[in-house]
Ligand binder design. Structure first.
Ligand SMILES: Nc1ncnc2c1ncn2[C@@H]1O[C@H](COP(=O)(O)OP(=O)(O)OP(=O)(O)O)[C@@H](O)[C@H]1O
Length: 307
């Protein structure tokens, strides 16, 4: 659906925000662009959508070069911006219909109705935007982006700053759109969001794509958790009876650290077996805590790995 080739962007002040990016987005997938603040997510989306000029490279949208064949490329794209930029006094129906008109598409009330129903905004179609909740306003932005029947929808941080309930609601909406055949590209800081939503994840850091991976495979790689068991008495070495568990000794023998795959559904975490074996060898646990790799840890290790 989208092909990005050798894309670089240097801003007027000399800052290079994108460095030689190659990326292919498949038709019908949800692709999450995951990266820390300032990584270049918005810039990349803006270049693909034709809002910012590339310094080098090119972008094809369904085979159409987004510079040489701008109209055809842009028409296939719907963009939901990061900021809520709705006019306050127009109605839901009018603002969504107007967005369609911007693309020179003939009026099609049946399509607008379909979009509003899909986003559960139909009941609110005669309301002015200032009368809507924050979640509804976000959905109006999606409706506007879908008004001209794009094939691919870009969502820039669709759930930044929204509460858990609303985030889940947004996920449902986005999944529904994918099921209707829309290709979706979203940016996010939240690894949970990427995990929950995306078929594939691209990690961007300092303007470089450091990894593109199937979500399931990536979570297997990143989903490892650590369980630290503080012991009553220090050990000199790990007892042979525990050699079947992925254990290391820490804190001068006062703690055992167990690493396990938090995403494994087949084999479980192995924690209950470990605890049983600890008891069997007479080790007493004083305290325990778990820790999951933070997004930052993950980025750091990914970047290290790919250097
Ligand atoms: N017009 C501009 N001129 C100069 N630098 C810019 C401009 N726009 C963005 N940048 C810089 O490019 C880098 C990438 O910005 P971008 O907005 O793409 O990041 P992001 O990954 O979307 O971050 P966030 O998660 O915070 O939205 C940042 O360092 C930013 O300061």
């Amino acid at each position: 659906m989208i092909r990005v080739e050798g894309l670089s962007k240097t801003f007027a002040d000399g800052f290079q925000a994108l460095k030689d990016i190659d990326l292919t987005i498949r038709r019908g997938e949800i692709f999450a662009l995951l990266g820390p603040n300032g990584a270049g997510k918005t810039t990349l989306i803006s270049v693909i959508c034709g809002l910012v000029n590339a310094s080098q490279g090119r972008v094809l949208v369904d085979g159409h070069d987004n510079v040489l064949d701008y109209r055809a490329a842009r028409q296939r794209i719907g963009l939901v911006p990061q900021e809520l930029t709705n006019e306050a006094f127009v109605t839901v129906w009018d603002t969504v219909s107007f967005s369609r008109g911007l693309f020179g598409k003939p009026k099609d009330p049946a399509h607008i109705e379909k979009v509003l129903r899909a986003l559960t905004l139909w009941e609110k179609r005669h309301n002015r935007l200032l009368e809507l909740s924050g979640g509804m306003k976000r959905r109006v932005l999606i409706a506007k982006a879908l008004a001209h029947e794009p094939d691919v929808l870009f969502l820039d941080e669709p759930t930044a700053g929204v509460d858990v309930e609303l985030r889940r609601e947004m996920w449902e909406v986005v999944r529904g759109l994918r099921d209707q055949g829309v290709t979706i590209i979203l940016t996010t800081h939240y690894i949970e969001e990427a995990e929950e939503m995306a078929d594939r994840i691209g990690v961007i850091r300092n303007g470089e794509i450091v990894l593109v991976e199937n979500t399931h495979a990536l979570m297997q790689q990143l989903g490892s958790k650590e369980l630290t068991l503080h012991l009553h008495e220090a050990l000199e070495r790990i007892p042979p009876a525990l050699s079947g568990h992925a254990l290391t000794l820490a804190e001068e023998g006062h703690a055992l650290v167990y690493t396990y795959d938090a995403t494994s559904q087949q084999d479980g975490t192995g924690i209950s077996g470990l605890l049983a074996d600890l008891e069997a060898v007479g080790l007493q646990v004083k305290d325990l805590h778990t820790r999951q790799s933070s997004l930052e840890d993950i980025f750091v290790s990914l970047v290290r790995e790919h250097r």
